[in-house]
Design a protein around this ligand. Structure first.
Ligand code: FUB
Ligand code: ZN
Length: 677
């Protein structure tokens, strides 16, 4: 039996706040997702996604590079990037959160096909866990062997640069890799109690602390933030305040031109003065997550205000409907306000994950429900699209349209799901988020429980220091009904169960023990139910999932005149496979026609499809040599009346599927935004 599997499984997840944290909320004391939609997605992650990691890290060369650095293998460095080690660390983090799961990696099977968990639930979950623990121990040993005597560890610099260090902070990713190592170590320690990886990580952190900082050899920072949020977590795990001080130093050094002044490296403007998010999306968001971490722990009002301002600016001006962010392929950049293209949307899967990490910290800091809204949207759409339904292939970029006649670039930016990438940051990032997802669902404020996301499971908090437990049961997002049952409650002490009412749910119903709650209304997104609860009390929430059409702010030029179909938290798209007889570029939706839904347990692992009426716009005169017309002529040929053509257009029934499930059948065009004219 491996060392890892002998230790006690833990219940803590990421962002385990320090004892003196200045936040409105704290993560739920314990949380477990036990069924429903997310249990299935997480079981696929546990049984197909995570287990393939070691094999892929071996074939991509990451483990070989560790052996090279340790001197136990010969040959050339493999891989193109100085951050090859980070893939190993992110996988270790994912596997560690998985090892901390009390719930077996089995899922109720809502249908059949690639989106479901194959095999009977009686399969040997304990055996799988043990095998995973052995792999984790094996890879931790490789990492430990590669570490240098003074704590430094980066295989790229050790193997290819003759050991030269910190010569290229803009691109070298040494502290970025250190950050992922620290996060893996914290996860492993929290989940299993294992100390080996934590020892490696703290040795590296101690080394960094001797080199970087005020008055030390290097008063600069890494061009890719990550170590900052990791150091705050290390402080939380060890109680060593100097790790958080170092994180504060790094965050504060950004934006002063120390690293050349580029937005790409988050060095153009200090966070406290910034007006909008900018530069490389993942870098910006990891930095903001760290700033939120610091504000949580120190209570700094200016950093909190900056976080709130920037979150609002990002959400209002730089976020795609899917929650995806990062409009540009060039430099993986956020782009300008309202620059939200469809077919060229970059929307890196990692950026969506980083957005969730930041939003969760902001939710804890402020107590506001709006962060849960964005987390939900991003999770169901921008993140989940990044992994195939069978959990084995991935998307790095998540565009909102694939055109007819698309020429796929292949490689990392392919619109086809891919086994692994040359730059493989996204797959293990998805794995670690899904394996720790239960920790983003609920929180407590010492006077009750707040439910941010709707997932079948059990969540605990406290009221006046006394424990309380609530279970949730739901078929969400297929259905809008969520039932909560009070399982444990402290005597006759009143406390508040707060439920996030998503901004899209125009109407909702709520009943307590079968009785409608008179005048129930959400206050800034929270429906607060305060009373003396008894074990067995039941709250029935009904959210309105009626399919709806959504349009964009007119400044989003890319989708002017278009609508998108949404149902509950899900963004929908059309796929060519559902619309035989032509592509999607000429599809027009009739926005006045009713939207109807079909429950399709047989399709894409079980989805609700949405049908709408549409037509196929007659293709413009193909003999015409120029695709532009004099303004004021409505038709597709100069002088032609658009209305006349419209009457002849063939009707096409439109079938929309959830965006997260696209690209799981066959190649073809896809679109989220649908022209109305
Ligand atoms: O630079 C490391 C990772 O690679 C970034 O977070 C991603 O955006 C990708 O560029
Ligand atoms: Zn990525």
């Amino acid at each position: 039996m491996s060392r890892t599997s002998q230790t006690t499984a833990g219940t803590a997840g990421p962002v385990l706040l320090g004892p003196g944290a200045h936040t409105a909320l704290r993560p739920a004391a314990a949380a477990a997702i036990e069924g429903g939609f997310w249990q299935v997605r997480r079981a696929v992650n546990a049984r197909a996604g995570i287990p393939q990691g070691p094999r892929l890290l071996e074939s991509a060369g990451n483990l070989h590079d560790l052996r090279l650095a340790a001197g136990t293998a010969q040959g050339d460095f493999r891989g193109d990037y100085p951050f090859m080690d980070s893939d190993v660390y992110k996988w270790l983090e994912a596997a560690s959160w998985q090892l901390g799961q009390a719930v077996p990696d089995t899922g109720s099977d809502p249908g059949s096909g690639p989106g479901t968990v194959s095999g009977p639930d009686a399969e040997d979950a304990a055996g799988r866990r043990d095998a995973l623990a052995r792999e984790v121990d094996r890879i931790i040993a490789l990492v430990a062997d590669a570490q240098q005597p003074d704590g430094y560890l980066n295989t790229w610099f050790q193997v290819t640069k003759g050991g030269a260090r910190y010569q290229d902070l803009r691109w070298g990713h040494e502290l970025y890799c250190a950050g992922h190592l620290i996060q893996a170590a914290v996860a492993h320690h929290r989940s299993t109690g294992g100390k080996e990886l934590l020892r490696v990580a703290t040795r590296f952190a101690d080394h960094i602390d001797t080199v970087f900082g005020p008055g030390k050899a290097i008063e600069s920072f890494d061009g890719h933030p990550e170590v900052e949020t990791a150091l705050v977590e290390l402080y939380r795990e060890t109680g060593e305040r100097r790790y958080m001080d170092l994180a504060q130093f790094f965050v504060d050094r950004h934006g002063h031109g120390v690293l050349g002044g580029e937005a790409y490296c988050q060095d153009r403007v200090p966070l406290r003065a910034a007006e909008n998010v900018e530069g490389h999306a993942v870098r910006q968001l990891y930095l903001l997550a760290a700033a939120a971490d610091l504000a949580c722990e120190t209570g700094e009002a200016e950093l909190r205000a900056a976080g709130e301002r920037l979150w609002h600016a990002m959400t209002a001006t730089k976020t795609h409907l899917t929650g995806g962010v990062g409009a540009h392929h060039d430099k993986e950049d956020f782009g300008d306000p309202f620059e939200l293209p469809t077919e060229r949307a970059y929307c890196e899967t990692c950026a969506a994950i980083a957005s969730i990490q930041w939003s969760w910290r902001m939710a804890l800091l402020t107590g506001q429900a709006r962060y849960g809204d964005l987390i939900e949207r991003t999770l169901f759409n921008g993140v989940l699209s990044g992994v195939s339904l069978d959990g084995e292939t991935w998307l790095y970029v998540n565009p909102l349209q694939i055109r007819d006649g698309h020429t796929d670039p292949g490689g990392d930016h392919s619109a086809r799901r891919t086994k692994w990438f040359r730059c493989a940051c996204c797959p293990p990032n998805v794995m670690r988020l899904l394996a720790s997802l239960e920790h983003y669902v609920a929180s407590t404020d010492g006077a009750g429980l707040q439910i941010h996301q709707y997932a079948t499971g059990r969540y605990s908090g406290d009221a006046a220091g006394q424990p309380l437990i609530v279970s949730a049961h739901t078929a969400y997002p297929a259905a809008g009904a969520v039932t909560f049952t009070v399982e444990q409650t402290p005597g006759d002490l009143p406390w508040t169960l707060s439920l996030r009412i998503p901004h899209w749910s125009a109407r909702f119903t709520v009943r307590v023990n079968g009785q409608e709650v008179p005048g129930a209304a959400a206050d800034e997104g929270w429906l607060r139910l305060e009373r003396v609860w008894a074990p067995g009390d039941e709250v029935a929430l009904g959210l309105d999932l009626t399919p709806r059409l959504t349009r964009a702010d007119p400044r989003v030029d890319a989708v002017r005149g278009c609508v998108a179909i949404e149902r509950g938290p899900l963004v929908y798209c059309l796929e060519q496979v559902d619309h035989p007889g032509g592509g999607l570029d000429d599809i027009v939706i009739d926005p006045a026609s009713p939207l109807t839904e079909d429950d399709r347990p047989d399709l894409l692992g079980g989805v609700v499809t949405v049908r709408a009426a549409g037509r196929r716009r007659a293709a413009p005169d193909s003999g015409h040599w120029w695709p532009y017309r004099a303004a004021g002529t409505g038709g597709t040929s100069p002088g032609e009346a658009g209305e006349a053509r419209e009457a002849d257009d063939p009707a096409v029934p439109l079938t929309a599927v959830p965006y997260y499930a696209w690209a799981n059948r066959q190649d073809g065009s896809m679109r989220v935004w649908l022209p109305t004219d």
